[in-house]
Design a protein around this ligand. Structure first.
Ligand SMILES: Cc1ncc(COP(=O)(O)O)c(C=O)c1O
Length: 386
């Protein structure tokens, strides 16, 4: 596949959408302000880090991420992950694309769990892979079937890519399923690209299971500042992996695409991580408040909507039971200035043509839900006559 063959569908839609009043699709947490971050860092007594920010050099930062930011990131994992096991990328999107490019070869086969963030599949195709999709289904609560993965393994399979916590549904895998997937990968000598960008946003934090990078040396865990912490503007994403030879390959791939990152972004990322508890608590409170409103709305309007309550992250995949499909519903809503993500964004199979993604991690969601509800009420009588 050529780089320009499949532009990112969500970005294309956003670029074409001149005015959106209600961003009812947004998946990242409430954006953090720099002055808010400095205030939090001051409250935490992180004066030395603030000094480091004020006096940092604008020369090149270290390739693959400076040691101090990698040390800070490594603390999110268990003891088998240290700074050497972290490779920093300019965001998760670049991380997943370069990882596939570095570790896969034309003619390899990759298994991709869908629906998913588009790059998960396209990065394997860009690396020249043949791809098999393993589709999640609402009938199985959007949960992964290890048997379905096993049935898709071929002699040239090299890679399984999945996203957990899951965008768009908010489903969450337990430790047993992750361990079973890792054992399968080890048995067949496969790599797992585990896109964990919504990890840390479990609605019940006791449901958080270990990162795949903590479970197996065959796993590469991907994460980013943008989702749990609302700090995508730092431009910091990373891969965590126990296998140092894989990390070395990723560092080499990263050299080719980026000479270095913004040192300012690295220091901001360190501040964010040192204030992680406060930031994530604040973001989870927004998510929980919004989730209550959504549950109430979908319960009252269950003639038109059905969903499986998300268990992590700030996105949900909702079934529309009206007489038009969800692509049409999304384009009609867009005329009203309300953007939800239609199933076409996820290149969904026909069986999911009634599903659309909403985002509920922002303080603006209640207003978006109100505008959405008003439009639905207007249409209800028209739909009843169809
Ligand atoms: C599942 C998933 N993975 C990766 C990304 C990309 O993350 P980043 O913004 O750090 O590039 C996104 C962004 O929406 C996502 O939803």
């Amino acid at each position: 596949m050529h780089l320009l063959q499949n532009p990112i569908r969500s970005e294309e839609l956003l670029a074409k959408t001149i005015s959106i009043t209600h961003r009812f699709y947004a998946s990242s947490s409430e954006p953090l302000g720099h002055s808010e971050l400095i205030k939090l860092a001051e409250q935490q007594g992180e004066h030395e880090l603030i000094e480091r920010f004020n006096h940092h050099s604008l020369g090149y930062a270290d390739n693959g991420g400076s040691l101090d930011v990698r040390e800070e990131i490594a603390q999110l994992y268990h003891d088998n992950i240290s700074a050497d096991n972290i490779v920093v990328f300019p965001g998760a999107q670049t991380g997943m694309t370069l990882t596939a490019r570095a570790l896969l070869h034309p003619g390899d086969h990759a298994i991709i769990v869908t629906p998913s963030y588009q790059s998960l599949e396209d990065s394997a195709k860009l690396a020249g892979c043949e791809v098999t999709r393993v589709a999640l289904s609402p009938d199985q609560n959007w949960l992964l079937s290890i048997a379905a993965i096993e049935a898709s393994i071929k002699s040239n399979t090299k890679y399984i890519a999945l996203n957990d916590p899951h965008n768009p549904s908010g489903a969450l895998l337990d430790a047993e399923t992750k361990t079973a997937l890792c054992s399968l990968a080890e048995k067949h000598q496969l790599l797992i690209l585990s896109d964990e960008v919504y990890r840390m946003l479990e609605i019940e934090p006791n449901l958080r299971s270990p990162s795949m990078a903590d479970i197996s040396a065959n796993a590469l865990a991907l994460s980013t500042m943008s989702k749990p912490w609302g700090a995508g503007g730092t431009g910091i994403g990373w891969i965590a992996c126990q296998d140092l030879s894989l990390c070395e390959k990723l560092r080499r791939a990263q050299h080719i695409y980026a000479v270095c990152f913004s040192r300012a972004g690295e220091i901001q990322a360190m501040m964010v991580l040192r204030c992680s508890d406060q930031i994530i608590n604040k973001n989870l409170n927004i998510i929980k408040t919004n989730l209550k409103l959504l549950e109430q709305y979908f319960a009252v309007n269950d003639d038109l909507f059905e969903w499986i309550r998300p268990r992590a992250g700030g996105t949900g995949f909702v079934k529309f039971k009206g007489p038009i499909d969800a692509n049409r519903l999304a384009s009609d809503l867009l005329v009203q200035g309300i953007l939800i993500f239609p199933p076409s964004i996820f290149d969904c199979e026909d069986s999911l043509s009634q599903y659309f993604r909403i985002g509920f991690s922002r303080t603006t969601m209640p207003a978006a839900l109100e505008a959405f509800a008003q439009y639905i009420d207007q249409q209800r009588t028209i739909w009843a006559q169809q």
